[in-house]
Design a binder for this molecule. Structure first.
Ligand SMILES: Nc1ncnc2c1ncn2[C@@H]1O[C@H](COP(=O)(O)OP(=O)(O)O)[C@@H](O)[C@H]1O
Ligand SMILES: [Mg+2]
Length: 227
C-alpha cells in the first residue's frame, strides 16, 4: 500500500546549505504492517515520515500510496490524501493545552466534510473509550500526565479512521513504563487492522514492532522482520 522507489529528498537544493536527506530509498510497506524506523538524530527519519504522510514531497523518485501516485500530485491533492488516509502522532503531542480532551479530539472531525455535526459527539466518545480515556473527556489537556496526553493525541489521530498511523518519536517525552503503555496502544490498533509506522531512536521501543527499518545518513541500511 506504501511504495517508495528511488526516492531522494534534498533540502535547499543547489544552494550552499543543500542537504541530501534521503538517498535512493526503496521501501514497500504492506497493509496492516507494524513498522519502526530507527536511526540517530539527523539520519532522515522525520523527512521519510513526512513524505509518507504527504506533508512534504520528495525531490525525485516515486511514491505510491494505494492506487495513487503521490509523486505526480501537488500540495492540494496531497493534503486531501493525507486527510483521508493518514493520522499523525507527534513527540510533543501537538495538542491545544487550554482546551478539553473532548475538544482536542473533535477538531479533525470538524474539518472533515464527510462528517455531520450530529455525529461528532458519538465519534469522539467512541475513540475515547477505545483508547481508555473516557473518564478524562472533560479535563483540560494541560492538567494531564504525559502518557494521558499521548493517548489523547492518538485519539485525535484515529478519530477520522485513517488506514495509516504515523508516529514521530511518540514515546520520547515519556518514562519507560509509560512509553511501553503507549506502545501497547499502538499494538492494539495494529491488531485492529491499522498500518502503523513509528519513528524512534530507542531500540527497546523499536523491538515492540514486527519490522524494524534502520536508516543511516538518509539510506536504509537494514530491514528486518523480528516476529
Ligand atoms: N526543513 C529543513 N530544511 C533544511 N534541512 C533540513 C530540514 N529538515 C531536516 N533537515 C536536515 O535533513 C537531515 C535529516 O533530518 P530529519 O529527517 O529531521 O532527521 P531525524 O528525524 O532522523 O532526526 C538533517 O541533516 C536535517 O538537518
Ligand atoms: Mg526527527
Amino acid at each position: 500500500m506504501i511504495e517508495l522507489k528511488k526516492l531522494n529528498k534534498y533540502y535547499n537544493y543547489g544552494k550552499s546549505t543543500e542537504v541530501h536527506a534521503l538517498k535512493d530509498v526503496d521501501l514497500y510497506i504492506g497493509k496492516g504492517e507494524f513498522v519502526s524506523v530507527m536511526g540517530v538524530s539527523g539520519s532522515g527519519k522525520s523527512t521519510l515520515l513526512h513524505i509518507i504522510g504527504c506533508l512534504d514531497s520528495a525531490t525525485d523518485g516515486t511514491y505510491i500510496l494505494g492506487k495513487y501516485n503521490v509523486s505526480n500530485y501537488g500540495e492540494k491533492t496531497r493534503c486531501d490524501l493525507r486527510n483521508d488516509n493518514i493520522g499523525f502522532v507527534l513527540q510533543d503531542f501537538g495538542l491545544i493545552p487550554e482546551k478539553s480532551v473532548y475538544e482536542n479530539i473533535s477538531y479533525p472531525l470538524m474539518f472533515n466534510p464527510a462528517v455531520k455535526f450530529s455525529q461528532i459527539k458519538g465519534k469522539v466518545h467512541e475513540v475515547e473509550e477505545k483508547i481508555g480515556i473516557s473518564d478524562l473527556s472533560k479535563k483540560k489537556v494541560s492538567e494531564l500526565s504525559g502518557g494521558q496526553k499521548q493517548r489523547v493525541a492518538i485519539c485525535r489521530a484515529i478519530v477520522n479512521e485513517p488506514a495509516i498511523i504515523l508516529a514521530d518519536e511518540p514515546t520520547a517525552a515519556l518514562d519507560k513504563k509509560t512509553a511501553f503503555d503507549i506502545m501497547s496502544v499502538f499494538e492494539k490498533l495494529n491488531e485492529s487492522g491499522k498500518t502503523i509506522i513509528i519513528v524512534t531512536h530507542d531500540k527497546d521501543i523499536a523491538a515492540k514492532c514486527r519490522r524494524v527499518i534502520e536508516i543511516t545518513d538518509g539510506r536504509i541500511v537494514s530491514d528486518s522482520k523480528s516476529k
